[in-house]
Design a protein around this ligand. Structure first.
Ligand code: SF4
Length: 287
């Protein structure tokens, strides 16, 4: 019996083949990112049974990706946890208010949009030309903590990734003379709120690719008119160059943050150098 085979035009066949390849690449990337998030969760106790997590959504690629990956984990995890997405509309000029509700309605998940005009407060207090991010972030943090309580959330998830954490390490090192970064899990100063960073093991370049595949409705992050912290930009540039010259260097730095040897640093609070003494072997062996 003769089989009828439809011959596709060459260009259509190539297009479908490329689409198929892209699809496979996307699936691989998504699986890899989900696994990295699950690993960070396991290593630091980020997602636990019974959690109600407030997922902070800014409208940038990182927070969109965090929500997508958390949803995947929620579907596969052997325990149950609950999530509510929260966006803080800070009343920056030109903020497209309709984008996030439309996106979240489509996803069908619980969400809340908080409207607080921190933009005007910041503009009133900070003189023209000075960096506004410090005060803006403090105001935002206070509001998010309050909203987490109102929504009965025991954890607040932020969309920082591994590159953010390494950048913060160098910012503190170069400009603050401190060896500290951005932790995957943090207890607020008043001891009432747990902040988690489920993307602690995920690189930014992977999030850029993921966001491109997902085609998120990105909201620009420069609506407030403030320039991104110049010191952070310089560090970002330095790390990018290092990674190009020595691929894997940023990964090594990130791994080093999980592999600290206090006895080989100089912090007397972390290690009792004065108490260091030779071991009295005969006494130890009761000879
Ligand atoms: S860039 Fe603008 S919105 Fe973002 S923290 Fe700075 S002042 Fe606030």
């Amino acid at each position: 019996m003769l089989k009828y085979v439809k011959i596709l035009p060459h260009s259509t066949g190539l297009f479908l083949l490329n689409m198929h390849k892209d699809n496979i690449k996307f699936q691989k990337l998504e699986t890899q990112l989900r696994r990295l998030m699950a690993k960070a969760s396991g290593d630091f106790g980020l997602l636990e049974a019974g959690d109600r997590i407030m997922v902070c959504l800014s409208g940038g690629k990182d927070s969109y990706a965090m929500l997508s990956l958390l949803q995947l984990i929620q579907q596969k995890a052997p325990f149950e946890f609950d999530m509510v997405a929260v966006n803080l509309d800070q009343k920056q000029p030109g903020f497209p208010e309709h984008i996030l509700p439309a996106y979240l309605d489509e996803l069908g998940i619980e969400y809340k949009i908080i409207e607080e005009d921190t933009y005007s407060i910041v503009k009133e207090i900070i003189p023209e030309g000075k960096t506004t991010c410090g005060l803006c972030s403090r105001l935002r943090r206070g509001i998010l903590y309050r909203v987490a309580d109102e929504l009965n959330c025991n954890k607040i998830a932020l969309g920082h990734h591994q590159d953010d954490m390494v950048e913060t390490l160098f910012l503190n090192l170069f400009f603050g003379a401190k060896l500290k970064a951005m932790p995957p899990k943090l207890l607020s100063d008043d001891g009432q709120h747990l902040v988690i960073r489920p993307m602690a093991y995920i690189r930014e370049h992977d999030l850029i690719s993921y966001a491109e595949y997902k085609d998120y409705p990105i909201i620009p992050c420069n609506l407030c008119g403030s320039q991104e912290n110049l010191q952070r930009q310089a560090i970002k540039h330095m790390l990018h160059q290092w990674d190009q010259i020595n691929p894997g260097r940023v990964n090594n730095i990130a791994n080093a943050m999980c592999n600290v040897v206090p006895s080989h640093l100089c912090d007397t609070e972390l290690f009792d150098f004065k108490g260091l003494a030779q071991i009295d072997l005969p006494k130890l062996l009761k000879l």
